[in-house]
Design a protein around this ligand. Structure first.
Ligand SMILES: Cc1cc2nc3c(=O)[nH]c(=O)nc-3n(C[C@H](O)[C@H](O)[C@H](O)COP(=O)(O)O)c2cc1C
Ligand code: SF4
Length: 419
């Protein structure tokens, strides 16, 4: 069995609008257990689990949680990042729409361990169904005593508010998201200080992804050490994969870390339709590397993905068959990020305009050897000097193709002006 349904095990079994269904299927048992544990023991269990964040960067979860727990403040915040603006990703939507209480339960456990008293779930505005379901689920949880004052007679107070975004990609970035909750334009802040030191409204704040929170009830249930046996030594647990593009069975699949891309594409996804040839695959979303077919035996694992200068923990796999023109794909990506750039820093604001100009020259067979040099150096400068992850990661697709598909660049230069 390639799939391992843990976070998705209740999909289709529980009615997402019924907290009773969730409870009847084992829901909120981990929270009850957590409330009897020492807070530091919970954080130790999460450390033992080696859980890493599922929002993209793969940062160890217990480190941020411990940082928040150590902060002394009258109020500490917890934020669930459900912005999911990265093209090609739709796994958080699946979690919110099919099993809304799982991420809520994870948030309450995290808040209890780290001392947060107020939580936000920030959902992208386009996810209407998920927004309604989450609002409904939060109200139900409060009515049943899982949220609010003195949760389950434990003396612990914590409540959650659902907030919605207005559709900017950059607002998924943690500081931009906090600015947005504060009612300002979604623009990043300079780090440090990090959110756990000075976050929402200047107070210590812990931000994790929807899927990250969903793992916490399972760690409490089975122990961190048992959880760490799933997956690979550096990437424990399961990963939800958003599989899309030229694929027979697109959708969300939950697999243990360590399965190969080929397993996901061919066995779960049923391969490329109409017996066409697979040309390339983009990992992680629009900001991820584009790799050729011969690399599909790569294992899904944080460390392996980081070999590509990429942090692709969000888990999108976008399959493209042999009808795709590489430069059309790159142009769409560059246009997208240019449009989404908030304009705060020069490398990203000006860089995307120049990248678009250069990619168009390759697309329209007007490129020269100097354009290749300019494209390469500009992409690297943007990657290294942009202020936030948008400008740092948007050139990754292009940089990866300069390695894996370099022949296509040379062919374009050779045929420039000859058509
Ligand atoms: C431009 C940009 C967009 C991002 N979008 C998202 C997003 O939609 N969802 C998400 O969970 N993290 C997103 N992130 C990562 C967050 O900044 C942050 O690292 C994450 O929410 C932390 O959660 P985790 O540790 O559980 O992964 C984005 C980062 C950048 C730079
Ligand atoms: S990298 Fe882009 S999105 Fe990020 S701060 Fe700079 S201009 Fe704004």
């Amino acid at each position: 069995m390639l799939e391992k349904k843990m976070l998705t095990k209740r999909f289709g079994i529980v009615n997402p609008l019924s907290i009773k269904d969730y409870i009847d299927n084992g829901g909120y048992i981990s929270l009850r257990k957590a409330l009897t544990m020492e807070k530091i023991t919970i954080i130790d269990e999460i450390e033992n689990s080696k859980l890493r964040g599922r929002g993209g960067a793969g940062f160890p979860v217990h480190i941020k949680m411990l940082s928040l727990a150590k902060e002394v403040s009258d109020v500490k915040y917890l934020v669930n990042n459900a912005d999911e603006g990265e093209p090609g990703n739709f796994k958080d939507r699946a979690l919110l729409e099919n099993d809304p209480h799982l991420t809520i339960e994870g948030m309450i456990i995290s808040a209890y361990a780290s001392g947060a008293t107020k939580g936000y779930i920030y959902i992208r505005g386009e996810y209407n169904r998920a927004i309604s379901i989450m609002k409904w689920a939060v109200d139900q949880a409060r009515d049943m005593g899982y949220l609010g004052e003195n949760i389950l007679d434990s003396g612990f107070d914590f409540d959650i508010e659902v907030r919605t975004g207005a559709g900017a990609y950059v607002v998924g970035e943690e500081f931009a998201l906090l600015e947005s909750i504060e009612g300002k334009a979604g623009r990043t802040r300079v780090k440090p200080p990090f959110p756990t030191e000075r976050g929402l409204f200047g107070k210590p704040t812990l931000i994790n992804n929807v899927e990250t929170f969903c793992n916490l009830p399972f760690i409490i249930e089975m122990s961190g050490k048992s959880f760490a046996k799933i997956g690979t030594p550096s990437s424990t647990g399961t990963k939800l994969i958003s599989l899309s593009g030229n694929i027979n069975n697109p959708g969300v699949y939950e697999v243990p870390f360590g399965v190969t891309l080929r397993d996901v594409i061919d066995t779960l996804g049923g391969g490329v339709p109409e017996s066409r040839k697979l040309k390339m695959v983009q990992l992680g979303g629009a900001c991820g590397p584009i790799i050729p077919e011969f690399m599909l035996d790569l294992k899904i694992d944080y460390d392996r993905f980081e070999d590509f200068e990429s942090k692709t923990g969000a888990g999108a796999i976008i399959v493209m068959d042999d009808r795709h023109n590489l430069f059309e794909v790159l142009l769409r990506i560059v246009e997208f990020f240019g449009h989404e750039s908030c304009g705060k820093c020069t490398p990203c604001r000006e860089g995307h305009i120049q990248l678009e100009y250069l990619v168009k020259k390759f697309l329209y067979n007007e490129s020269t050897p100097k354009d290749l040099f300019s494209l390469e150096s500009l992409a690297r400068v943007m990657h290294q000097t942009s202020l936030c992850g948008l400008g740092q990661s948007s050139p990754i697709s292009l940089i990866s193709t300069l390695g894996y598909f370099r022949d296509e660049y040379h062919n374009r230069i050779e045929f420039a002006g000859k058509e």
